[in-house]
Design a protein. Structure first.
Length: 311
């Protein structure tokens, strides 16, 4: 079994689907609106390395690294990534990935690395590996390989050495998920991150794709909700001049149309609906969550959920 649909995965599958894949499966199982997708399991990468005889070659390159010397790390990284890019994709796996992709019925998908390792300290691998947005069927297999190769970026090689994990079996699963082309997107904290009030939730929203909120490029609307009765305690509407939309060659910045730039991004009924989704996620996991969401054609989708680490 080298591929599993989100519906077949849960939070106990970190070992084969990585943290990200397991979390998306868990939320799908719990009935949370997650864009559909599947995971190319870590076993597929392990098999690819075994079939192409790359395991020994990669070990040999890593053994040569002098970690005091940046050029040495860069050289090993380049050689290993080239080996992965040039090696032949197993044919049956190629067919299975394409057929899963076709069953999603999506023109564009996000392809994301999801690291797995025997040791739970790998939670912090999150920022170490790559994501490829707006991937089409043409670029799908190449981007799966690029996710595999991202296990050997200079940063990841150094990180593994620093964490004393050179002999730990680290692998990588790849999440393939339908892209949400959000009209509005944002972040929700199920406990107020500033006042730490457990009875309050805050939702932030901006026009367009969510990278602009996450990157702090735009000031979002913020809505504070009383979790005990769902009432809106505070609404702060921000004027927004620019937004990120999908263009022909990936994402591009566009001006927000004049008639909506100072408008509230989602209305009271939508805030209540989203707050309920976020409350369900918090209840399901049993801890305060930091949730990324998008709204496409009036439907809400959750694209990521993780524990709030600052409380």
């Amino acid at each position: 079994m080298f591929i599993k649909n989100f519906k077949q995965l849960s939070k106990s599958d970190v070992g084969e689907a990585g943290g990200k894949g397991a979390s998306l499966g868990e939320m799908t199982q719990a009935g949370i609106p997650v864009p559909p997708g599947f995971v190319v399991l870590a076993s597929a990468f392990d098999r690819f390395l075994a079939e192409t005889d790359l395991t020994q070659e990669i070990e040999a390159q890593l053994d040569k690294v002098n970690y005091e010397d940046v050029a040495s790390v860069d050289r090993a990284s380049r050689v290993i990534q080239d080996l992965i890019h040039d090696a032949k994709f197993p044919e049956d796996l190629e067919k299975d990935i394409i057929s899963e992709f076709e069953s999603l019925g999506a023109e564009f998908v996000a392809v994301r690395s999801s690291a797995t390792a025997e040791d739970s300290s790998v939670a912090s691998w999150a920022g170490e590996l790559e994501s490829y947005l707006n991937t089409t069927q043409e670029t799908l297999l190449a981007n799966v390989k690029r996710c595999w190769a991202s296990l050997f970026t200079p940063r990841a090689i150094v990180y593994r050495n620093e964490k004393g994990m050179r002999d730990t079996h680290v692998s990588v699963a790849v999440v393939v998920q339908k892209m949400v082309q959000s009209d509005v997107s944002g972040i929700s904290f199920t406990v107020h991150p500033v006042t730490k009030d457990v009875n309050q939730m805050i939702i932030e929203a901006c026009w367009g794709l969510g990278e602009y909120i996450v990157g702090g490029i735009v000031t979002p609307d913020s809505y504070v909700i009383d979790k005990r009765n769902g009432s809106l305690i505070d609404v702060n509407v921000a004027e927004q001049e620019t937004m990120l939309k999908r263009g022909a060659d990936g994402n591009e910045e566009v001006k927000v149309p004049g008639d909506i730039k100072d408008k509230q991004k989602i209305d009271g009924a939508q805030i209540a609906q989203l707050a309920e989704v976020c409350t369900n996620i918090e209840k399901h996991y049993g801890f305060p969550c930091d949730i990324e969401w998008g709204m496409e054609a009036g439907e809400f989708y959750v694209v990521q959920s993780r524990p709030i680490t600052t409380l």
